[in-house]
Structure formats: C-alpha cells, structure tokens
Design a protein around this ligand. Structure first.
Ligand code: SF4
Length: 55
C-alpha cells in the first residue's frame, strides 16, 4: 500500500520536505512513488488541502 495525491493538490510543496524516504516528486500535481512509500502518513498530516490519503 502507498499514499496517493489527488487532484486537490495545489503544488504548494509542503509535503516534499517532510517525507522521510523522499518518495514525493514535484509536478503540476505532486506524486508519490509507491515503491518507496512506507505508509508513514507524515505527508497527509501536513497537506493543507487534504489531498493525500491512503490508496
Ligand atoms: Fe513519504 Fe510517508 Fe507520505 Fe509515504 S506516507 S509519501 S513515506 S511521507
């Protein structure tokens, strides 16, 4: 399982520095590499638009 980023992402960049395994990539909408994500949930806690949730 991995967390996923929805279309609610506004590309603010808050989550990318929080991920302990650097699984998040920049883009028009940010994305999470499911191979790297450890389901820690840190990114979901900091997202201002609640765009990140468990798949
Ligand atoms: Fe990174 Fe944790 Fe978010 Fe997965 S759940 S992308 S490991 S911060």
């Amino acid at each position: 399982m991995a967390y996923v980023i929805s279309e609610d992402c506004i590309a603010c960049g808050v989550c990318i520095d929080e991920c302990p395994v650097e699984a998040i990539s920049e883009g028009d909408i940010y994305s999470i590499d499911p191979e790297l994500c450890t389901d820690c949930g840190t990114c979901a806690d900091v997202c201002p638009t609640e765009a990140i949730s468990p798949e």
